[in-house]
Design a protein around this ligand. Structure first.
Ligand code: FRU
Length: 498
């Protein structure tokens, strides 16, 4: 009985109500196991074993930060989605908790897809998508609805007996998912990603509620005008306000590459604009990328008690194998990043708590660099770099790389004349680019973990998120400059274990 939910149908007056009296649990005997730790991260959120994709339900509740994630516990492949769960007192040291949502109830028969969290009084509410397949055995033939689950201890969750709380409107295609919830002026709102049926356009639907359980459709607040430029489905929309502007971040599918932009199979981007709550309309500027790297998708953000907007994303990999799948696990989440506005552009810096991961200082020095210089640190695959290059010329070039004796694993190159940054990753066929303009100082904060690299440039002007796989020691780190360049070099060993 432990593996199956016991469902009792109670005839309550004239109304039929279903009450889950036994919470669905995972089958421990089938859970995947990690068979090799070679690519396991040391300070990023990852599954104990099994598959991970999107971060879900980010929140602060009763003294803990909570992060949930799309989870398939039974293999290192995507499968019926559960919600994995970790919590932390400080945003960087995470504790594994029992799986929060297990699919298979009538409201989520094919999976508990992405969603978000909100705290109301003493209770934590999750709003998530129920995924359902039709009986024809075709995985591309599905329908979706929205559900609520709640918890008073932040560990054990009960699905609401009145689920689903939102059903798809008639003019919707089958894509109807990923609710992101917030409170505004005493009302609750959520946005979700939808694909309109007639023209295949991506659109964001707005819903409103006064109690989190009864939702009123307010309609589409924006939709893609040109599918090649903006996409045909915006997964994981995230609405928030930052520095007086309203922002919708989302993960568009179907955008065509535009020169050096939108080169990934699916992207993560954002619109800056203004939401008119009365008219249910979001007026906005063009779509911009959130991150310029190969592996950044499905970001979600939340507000910390001290008022920072913190975002985590999935180190996605759509068209390249994830080599850790051979070892019984797959996927990780990025470090928490603080979102910052730079004029009309959104940027990200490492959350200040990431300094708590430092277990030692390896380098704190300055040097005039003009030819490749190897930088020796204790643990090159678990190091934070803080590099400041002062370029006195107008056509200088600087770079940073980690490599083993056979190949460059990840490299960063800035060309002052073109103002362009190029990031190369050994696992990928093409490079990635960001234009940061003609600057005389370049600060690069770079977080290297066993199989990931996160690069933050000039306090949020551009970020690159990368996954890499190294099978050879030693790994060497090198910086170089085309002309003599004053370089401040700091390096810290990082580890999640205190
Ligand atoms: C994004 C996504 C979401 C969906 C979830 C399923 O990566 O496709 O739209 O809810 O993953 O795992």
């Amino acid at each position: 009985i432990s593996a199956k939910a016991l469902t009792i149908i109670i005839v309550n007056g004239y109304k039929k109500r279903r009450e889950s009296v036994v919470l669905r649990q995972i089958d421990e005997s089938r859970v995947a196991k990690v068979t090799n730790t070679r690519y396991r991260e040391h300070y990023h959120i990852q599954t104990p074993a099994g598959w991970l994709n999107d971060p879900n339900g980010l929140c602060f509740f009763k003294g803990y930060y909570h992060v949930f994630y799309q989870f398939h516990p039974y293999s290192a492949e995507w499968g019926p989605m559960h919600w994995g769960h970790v919590r932390s007192k400080d945003l960087v040291h995470w504790e594994n908790l029992p799986v929060a949502l297990v699919p298979g109830d009538p409201e989520d028969s094919g999976g508990c897809f992405s969603g978000s969290a909100i705290v109301k009084g003493d209770r934590l509410y999750l709003v998530y998508t129920g995924h359902h397949y039709y009986d024809d055995g075709n995985q591309d033939h599905f329908w979706e609805n929205q559900n609520v689950a709640y918890s008073d201890d932040g560990i054990h969750f009960t699905k609401y007996a009145g689920n689903p709380v939102i059903k798809a409107p008639a003019d919707n295609s089958q894509d109807f998912r990923d609710p992101k919830i917030w409170e505004h002026d005493g009302q609750y709102y959520l946005v979700l990603g939808s694909r309109e049926q007639a023209n295949n356009r991506a659109r964001i639907l707005l819903y409103q509620s006064s109690d989190l359980l009864n939702w009123q459709a307010r309609g589409p607040i924006t939709e893609s005008q040109d599918i090649a430029l903006e996409g045909s489905m915006w997964e994981c929309p995230d609405f928030f306000r930052l520095n007086g502007q309203d922002i919708i971040a989302c993960s568009p599918m179907g955008i065509k590459p535009q020169r050096h932009r939108f080169l990934n199979l699916s992207q993560a981007g954002y619109f800056v604009g203004q939401l008119d709550y009365d008219q249910a309309h979001f007026e906005h500027y063009d779509l911009h990328l959130l991150d310029y790297g190969h592996n950044f998708y499905a970001p979600q953000s939340f507000l910390t008690p001290d008022g920072r907007r913190i975002q985590l994303a999935w180190f996605s990999s759509f068209d390249k194998p994830m080599l850790e799948q051979a070892d019984g696990w797959a996927g990780a989440l990025t470090l928490p990043r603080e979102l910052v506005m730079r004029g009309n552009r959104l940027g990200a810096i490492p959350a200040k708590e990431t300094t708590r991961l430092r277990t030692g200082e390896d380098l704190n020095t300055s040097a005039i660099i003009h030819s490749p210089r190897q930088l020796a640190v204790t643990d090159p695959q678990h190091t934070e770099w803080d590099l400041t290059f002062d370029l006195t010329s107008n056509d200088g070039q600087v770079s940073w790389q980690i490599a083993n004796s056979d190949e460059t694993l990840v490299s960063l190159h800035y060309d002052q004349a073109s103002g362009e940054v190029t990031v190369h990753q050994h696992n990928q066929d093409s490079d990635r680019y960001a234009t940061i303009g003609h600057v005389h100082q370049l600060r690069a904060r770079i977080f290297v973990d066993t199989s990931s690299v996160e690069i933050f440039l000039n306090d949020g002007v551009a970020t690159f998120t990368e996954r890499y796989y190294n099978d050879q020691q030693p790994v060497m780190t090198t910086v170089t400059a085309s002309r003599p360049t004053a370089t401040a070099i700091k390096a810290y060993t990082l580890n999640m274990k205190e």
